[in-house]
Design a protein around this ligand. Sequence first.
Ligand code: TYM
Length: 336
Amino acid sequence: MEPVQRKQRIFSGIQPTGVLTLGNYIGALRNFKLLEEEYNCVYSIVDLHAITVRQDPTALRKACFTVMSLYLAVGLDPDKSLIYFQSHVPQHAELAWVLNCFTYMGELSRMTQFKDKSQRHADNINAGLFTYPVLMAADILLYQTDLVPVGADQKQHLELARDVAERFNNLYGPVFVVPQPYIPKVGGRVMSLQDPARKMSKSDPEDTYIAMLDAPDVIRKKLRRAVTDSENCIRYDPENKPGVSNLMNILSTLTGMSYDQITLEYGSKGYGGFKNAVAEAVIEELKPIQARFKEYFADKAYLEQVMTASAQRAQAIAGRTMSKVRRRVGLAPTRL
Ligand code: TYM
């Protein structure tokens, strides 16, 4: 008889900030769905990470349900994947504390996201912002995760999670699976429409990003105004033509066309025609997602049912890892 192979596990998370961008979609969310059949997937809405910067409580609560609705709208199946709020599984915070004691200040000070965010939120450089990657490592390691689908901006955090897992395993024996990143070659870094040297980000002005819930006209307008160059030539060359290459990147992930095919097809149509084609591809991709989003977002009872059932199943997995961790570090077992 063939040995039964355990499906490998995936963990990923997205922060519940009001708007998810086309970068979040292409870099991460789209792959969540593509990987769902092949893996056991755990997809969290990481609300504890979100409070490392000041949030309006009402808006945060709403954003949590918005992101959950988007998870469902891209087609994730809650019978197959766990879809829950991070704060509903207390083991995330518990393991984060333990791992804090195995992570060095020097490692955390090298994190580029921390440096960026402390510049942007200079009035609130709190300890949570600093130890953010440790909570992220805890998220991943709790579920004995094999693979983590993320955009390229999370690579450094993933490397830290691997280092911490290996350090812990070297001290206490094989407690954690050491996770691998899954960063798409095309689409791992979607750039700003106005400054293609920067990644597309919801913390930049609105005309620099496309939101997953933008109306078709807004998408057309933002893409029409996207920064390109004066060469009027459609060629993939991220160094010299970052704007055009970014749009080619977007079109290529959404349609499956190669860069050569794109050059061939749109080369003679000028930047106007090319930008229109990118806009129509984005609109077509997002249209069904937006329609399903509306339905899910209006069905609070269903969302609550998904979040509760998933959190219960997540707690069972996380609880097993936490018991192991407690035993190995020498915390007395609970009888609660
Ligand atoms: P967050 O919420 O900033 O972004 C969610 C996901 O979207 C990807 N992403 C992008 N990909 C390509 N191009 C872009 N311009 C772009 N912008 C964002 C991010 O790489 C990410 O995959 N720390 C994480 C959330 C997190 C997490 C985790 C992820 C918490 N715990 C455990 C994986 C595993 C974050 O802030 O993502």
